[in-house]
Write a protein that binds this ligand. Structure first.
Ligand code: GLN
Length: 463
């Protein structure tokens, strides 16, 4: 096995027992980037020199007996995370030359935990998108088949982990941007509870929906990452320190959403989901149908609240305070700025924004009610497997509809874990496990049991 193919857990063991050094591990990742980034376009910036310096320091710390959760581990950051002294573009020409003066809280925490930062990954500009094609720096390609989309908006992060260019990568999820690309790449993606991970220093998309999470090769690694990034931050007043109890899987009830079987799920995907359901039963969990009646309004509700917040957050990039000229905004950002300005304007606020906020409460109540009956809920991540590059890019509505199963978690502020469940015509798909707020430990427990029983994560794309 090559060093860059290791998980965080395996690499930490190898580094501790001096089987290899962080410099060797980092070089293996950088080599993989050099070999395949031209084709896959996963990175906007590669920080080779900084990475090798950080790896050298990590090796010194390891020699002196230091033990930190990410010591010497190569990690990539979505290019939406502010990095001191390193270009942070948000995937947009507007910020093409922006170099932040400080690190986002999560970046600081990851660095303090000893990680080596290998670079900044590609994304749909401003995190607007579901396919990775909206980037001003060119689309990212799916490593399982380069004619297909890798999912977005955290496209480069998912691809960098799936193609072993790093051991883990950060992402943001406002309406599915971690879970969707994770499922399209056969990797694990976590969207934590709103308030579990600090948003400070991350370029805001829609502040009441933005969740900061990550991509890993395994569920165990996802837990390691969250133990580093999570917790209260005085720079983000919405963060909380909270724990949730965990009970054995054999005593768990898992809900399957009755309405979802009518929502046009792809046939192959449906079979894979049924198999996953059977597997969870085999592992001792009970599954039963539950109802989320307001889900049918979720996409409409999300595509009012989210652009409203986008229009307000992007107002600061006016070419005077921040960024280059406003005409450098791409079509998708312009569309959202106009939509959001409209839904917030006098006369329309009550009809659209306020109504959508009321529906948001109903969606949240659906979940509260469901979690009285079940411990977790499983759903598809996307209604279809990955689609071809170009297939939906000229039809925004079609693109938005791929978010139907993911946006509810953001509207309700609950956590969601995407885990691989197999392949449809050679392309990976995942399922999402949802739980009540701050129930990440429970999601890891279910995800881990399923992952160990099925071992999908061991399949790698042939590059
Ligand atoms: N695809 C969704 C959108 O375009 C979600 C994006 C995200 O989570 N950042 O808004």
């Amino acid at each position: 096995m090559k060093l860059n193919e290791l998980t965080i857990k395996e690499a930490r063991e190898g580094l501790k027992s001096k089987k290899f050094s962080s410099v060797e591990l980092t070089k293996a990742c950088l080599e993989q980037i050099k070999k395949h980034n031209k084709d896959l376009n996963a990175f906007i910036t590669v920080t080779e020199k900084e990475a090798l310096d950080q790896a050298k320091s990590a090796d010194e710390l390891i020699s002196s007996g230091q033990d930190l959760p990410l010591l010497g581990i190569p990690i990539a950051l979505k290019d939406l995370f502010s990095t001191k002294g390193i270009k942070t573009t948000a995937g947009s020409k507007v910020l093409e030359n922006y170099v932040p003066q400080y690190d986002a809280t999560v970046v600081k925490k990851i660095k303090d935990a000893g990680a080596v930062i290998v670079g900044k990954t590609n994304l749909d500009a401003w995190a607007h998108g579901s396919s990775g094609e909206n980037s001003d720096f060119g689309p990212t390609k799916n490593p399982w088949n380069k004619e297909y989309v890798p999912g977005g908006s955290s496209s480069g992060s998912a691809v960098s982990v799936a193609s072993d260019m790093c051991l883990a990568a950060t992402g943001t999820d406002t309406g599915g941007s971690i879970r969707l690309p994770a499922s399209f790449n056969n990797v694990v993606g976590l969207k934590p509870t709103y308030g579990k991970v600090s948003r400070y220093g991350i370029i805001a998309m829609a502040s009441s929906l933005d969740s900061i999470g990550h991509f890993t090769k395994t569920v165990e690694d996802s837990e390691i990452m969250l133990s580093v990034t999570g917790g209260k931050d005085i720079m983000d007043a919405t963060t909380l320190e909270k724990k949730h109890e965990v009970k054995p899987l054999k005593k768990m009830k898992i809900g399957i959403v009755a309405q979802y079987s009518f929502m046009g799920i792809d046939k192959n995907l449906k079979t894979l989901l049924d198999n996953a359901d059977k597997q969870l039963k085999k592992l001792g969990a009970n599954t039963e149908y539950i109802s989320l009646p307001n889900t049918q309004y979720a996409t409409a509700c999300y595509y009012i609240i989210q652009p409203s917040e986008v229009s307000s957050n992007l107002a600061r990039y006016d070419g005077i305070r921040y960024g280059s000229a406003r005409q450098n905004f791409g079509d998708e950002a312009k569309r959202r700025i106009m939509l959001g300005t409209y839904t917030l304007s006098a006369g329309y606020y009550d009809a659209y924004y306020k109504k959508a906020m009321q529906v948001r409460t109903l969606i949240k109540q659906d979940f509260n009610y469901a979690f009285k009956k079940v411990d977790a809920i499983i759903t598809p991540v996307s209604p279809t497997p990955p689609w071809k590059l170009g297939e939906k890019i000229n039809d925004p509505l079609k693109m938005y509809l791929s978010d139907i199963f993911t946006v509810t978690a953001n509207l309700a502020g609950i956590p969601g874990l995407s885990v691989p469940i197999g392949f449809s015509n050679g392309l990976p798909v995942g399922m999402q496990i949802l739980g009540p707020q701050f129930s990440e430990a429970r999601l890891f427990q279910i995800g881990y049991a399923y992952e160990q029983a099925t071992q999908w994560y061991k399949q790698k794309p042939k590059l």
